[in-house]
Structures are given as C-alpha cells and as structure tokens.
Design a protein around this ligand. Structure first.
Ligand code: ARG
Length: 257
C-alpha cells in the first residue's frame, strides 16, 4: 500500500514537472530574458508603424538577432530617451538599443558595446526657409530637439539660440511645421528617413553638412562586462555571417558604408 502511494506521488510529481515544474523551479528549456530599452520616435531605428503595437526598425531587428545569437528572449521596453540611462542603472532594463551615441559623458555612467552604426547630426528647416543654410546660421534662433540627445547638447552650444526640448522627435518636427521654431537638430539618418518616408518632405528639408561624427553603441550597466562581452561577440558574429548586412539593407537599402 505504502509503495503504491509513493509511486502515485512520483507520477503526480513527474506530471507536475511537465506542466509547471515541481517545486517552482525553472525549466531547463526556459530562455533567459534580455530587457532592451528604447525610445520609439526614431525611425528607422525604432518606431511603431501606424496602427501597430509592434516595435520596428534597425535597432529592433538587431536586438532580436542578438537575442537569437545569445539564446535569449528579447523584451522591448519603451520609455523617454532621457529615462533610458536611469532605468539601466536602476536595473529595470538590461541594455539600451536606441540609436544612442557613444559619448565620453555617457561612458562615465554606462558601458557601451562596440560601435554598430556611424551617424552624425544635421539641421532640418521648413521647405521655404532661405536664410538658414546650415548650423552656422542658427545663432540666436529657436531650435527644437529631443530631450537628452546629442542634438540637444549641440544646440545648446549655439550662441544666443533658444533650445526647445521635446520628449518625442515627432513633436519637435511638428513644432517646426507649425512655425514654433526655425530648425530641428537631429541625427542625419533619422532626418533623411523622415523626409523620404515619414511625410516630412511636404514641408521640410535638410540643410548644410553633417555637423558631427558619431557612433551608436548598445549600452549596459556600468561594469557589466559579462553582458557587454556577450553582446560584442554576438555583434561580431552577425557581421560575419551576413545577418547585419541583411538588416542594414532592409532599412537603408544599400551596402554598409
Ligand atoms: N544619437 C542621438 C543620441 O544619442 C539621438 C538618439 C535618439 N534615440 C531615440 N531612440 N530617440 O543622443
């Protein structure tokens, strides 16, 4: 009798293991989660297609490809750009993939992966603008930027300029459209995409040269060498196996420069 009882128990437990895990232990097959933070008004790097809940873009494809490489489940967490580094430090996300430029200031607070994209800032003005031909003409002007970005940092250096900071890039562009500011300072690939595919060419244009030379990196918590090592390894592998090129072509339609 005793014997059959323990047999039943063993069977029940084995069944339980199959269903939910006995004793609440993690199943061996369960994938670890990588929580990736980003701010989604930065097409074509991270954005939401109209009417869609899914996050799309170059960074999102890259993050998911890295997740696959590392056998991790990527969970995208959306927030304001200026909230990303605080969230990383608070431990509510594991990494930032948000077109984030590697800067000396940020590198004091976070650890960056190897660069994964070359970028730079540019100036966007209204279509009918004649006076402003580039960043040198922005002295004393009203400029819209996204809060916490390198665009904001650069705009603040301009003599006599009034810098209006917005949470979303879409709001900065709208302010330009409505005549509230004379220019927007933002990353060139984002301005170019907006003018080509985001409806921007109806009222805006790009002027001048590339203002800065920047590189994007994936940020992890300062000193998380294990994770950044894994990310770098995955990035290198994706570059080697052609996956990076494939993602690049999807969003920029050309060979990696
Ligand atoms: N590259 C710029 C920076 O690092 C802008 C990034 C903005 N990214 C975004 N997802 N809104 O400051």
């Amino acid at each position: 009798m005793k014997k059959s009882m323990s047999l039943i128990l063993a069977v029940v437990c084995a069944f339980g293991l199959l269903v939910a895990g006995c004793g609440g232990e993690k199943k061996a097959t369960e994938q670890p989660v990588l929580r990736v933070g980003m701010e989604p008004t930065f097409a074509p790097f991270e954005f939401q297609k109209e009417g869609s809940k899914e996050y799309d873009g170059f960074d999102m494809d890259l993050a998911r490809a890295i997740g696959k490489q590392l056998n991790m489940k990527v969970e995208i967490v959306s927030m304001g750009f200026d909230g990303l580094i605080p969230a990383l430090n608070a431990g509510s996300i594991d990494a930032i993939a948000s077109g984030m430029t590697i800067t000396p200031e940020r590198s004091e607070n976070v650890t960056f992966s190897e660069p994964y994209y070359k970028s730079g800032l540019t100036v966007m003005v209204r279509e009918d603008e004649k006076e402003i031909q580039g960043i040198e003409d922005l002295k004393g002007k009203k400029i819209a930027v996204q809060i916490g970005t390198t665009g904001a940092m650069e705009a603040h250096k301009i003599e006599g300029a009034t810098v209006v900071e917005f949470n979303a890039n879409t709001e900065a562009a709208l302010e330009l459209k409505n005549g509230g500011v004379s220019a927007v300072v933002n990353d060139l690939p984002v301005v170019a995409y907006f003018l080509e595919q985001g409806g921007g060419k109806e009222y805006a244009k790009m002027v001048g040269h590339v203002v800065t030379s920047e590189e994007y990196g994936i940020a992890v918590k300062k000193g998380n060498d294990k994770l950044v090592g894994e990310l770098n390894k995955a990035l290198a592998e994706l570059k080697k196996n052609g996956e990076y090129d494939k993602i690049y072509k999807t969003w920029f339609g050309e060979q990696v420069k």
